[in-house]
Design a protein around this ligand. Structure first.
Ligand SMILES: NC(=O)c1ccc[n+]([C@@H]2O[C@H](COP(=O)([O-])OP(=O)(O)OC[C@H]3O[C@@H](n4cnc5c(N)ncnc54)[C@H](OP(=O)(O)O)[C@@H]3O)[C@@H](O)[C@H]2O)c1
Length: 328
């Protein structure tokens, strides 16, 4: 497992990170959840990602993963959480206010049983709150010893520039990392965000590098009974897993085979082909997926011809507007 330095900091992330948005909810950790985390850690993954509302139900992923991590050596991995999206009822249950962020952080620490998060994120930009307030809350989290570092997620380039300016002029702890949506099928960060982060020494951890499973061989023969696309109100939408799109995915699969990779491996390698990306933040529902995906790091280079082929193939995909903020 390669470890990449996060921007201008001294902290390294494993090139692959594991996130707990799906498959880690429920009333208690299953043996499967424990095996997945252990397989990841044994394979060199030292970067784990949570948020207050991962589950379902909200909060349960923090409880389950907290129990699993409590049996692992705390100084040998990084764990992050986030606040910003809806979490509890009422006016303080979501958003970028100081009230929400610091209350949510306390709740997340309690649920996980951790003393601190390595990285604590503002999960999304909140247009209704002065950015100074959100960044001030993150700064407080570090001064309270509840977070070692802070990050931002899904902030657009101009918002990211504002963050840097405000932190600098107010002497606030500056985010070390940005967590945007980035995959072969959602390339908005290539517009200016990757350059902005690189220029300012901020690391980038790309979420949904497998487009929630679409960039794997999972849907090539239809939608399996047990899959993200089958869950109620799935964030992987029916019109994303359309017959037309699956024909495109088949072409990508052929190209991956020609590279000697599974499609999931190629999709992860592709996100990591630029050193501007610190880590690819994937999800998994089985130990086999983890083991398969770990192999991605064996080949992180693409020829110009392969890149062109990928560009030509993915241009044929037909996707609805992204669920997350993008500039495209
Ligand atoms: N900051 C944000 O706003 C935000 C938003 C979304 C996600 N995230 C973070 O990003 C993490 C990853 O998100 P994600 O789970 O959507 O990422 P993803 O890596 O794009 O998709 C993961 C899914 O792909 C399928 N998969 C993985 N490896 C496979 C393989 N080898 N073969 C076949 N299928 C495979 C599995 O689907 P099945 O479950 O169907 O088997 C798995 O659950 C989250 O856990 C979270 O930490 C952050």
């Amino acid at each position: 497992m390669p470890y990449r330095t996060c921007g201008n900091t001294g902290i390294k992330l494993s090139a692959l990170s594991l996130g707990f948005w799906h498959n880690f909810g429920g009333s208690s950790p299953t043996s499967k959840q424990t095996e997945i985390v252990h397989a990841a850690f044994d394979g060199g993954i030292t970067s784990f990602d949570l948020a207050n509302n991962y589950g379902p139900p909200y909060g349960s992923a923090e409880i389950n993963v907290g129990k699993i991590l409590s049996q692992m050596p705390r100084d040998e991995f990084l764990v992050s959480s986030k606040a910003g999206y809806d979490m509890w009822p009422g006016p303080y249950g979501m958003g970028g206010s100081r009230k929400h962020i610091l209350a949510s952080l306390d709740q997340s620490l309690k649920r996980t049983g951790l003393d601190y998060f390595d990285i604590f994120y503002s999960h999304c930009f909140d247009t209704s709150v002065p950015l100074e307030e959100t960044l001030g809350a993150l700064d407080t989290a570090v001064h309270q010893g509840k977070a070692l570092y802070v990050g931002i997620s899904s902030y657009l380039t101009e918002q990211t520039k504002d963050v840097l300016e405000i932190c600098k002029s107010n002497g606030l702890v500056t985010p070390i990392i940005h967590q945007p949506n980035y995959s072969m099928l959602n390339r908005w960060v290539e517009g200016s965000l990757l350059d902005c982060c690189a220029k300012n020494g901020i690391g980038v951890i790309a979420f949904c590098p497998l487009f929630q499973g679409l960039l794997t061989d999972k849907y090539l023969k239809g939608i399996p009974e047990v899959s993200r696309a089958r869950i109620q109100q799935s964030p992987l939408r029916k019109n994303e897993v359309s017959e037309q799109n699956i024909r495109v995915i088949q072409e990508l699969n052929n190209l991956a085979e020609a590279r000697g990779q599974a499609l999931a491996q190629m999709a992860l390698s592709w996100v990591l082909r630029s050193s501007r990306v610190t880590s690819a933040l994937m999800g998994a529902s089985s130990v086999n997926q983890i083991k398969n995906n770990l192999e991605a790091v064996r080949n992180l280079t693409f020829s110009a011809e392969e890149e062109e082929k990928i560009d030509r193939i993915v241009a044929k995909i037909n996707l609805p507007k992204s669920l997350w903020a993008t500039e495209a």
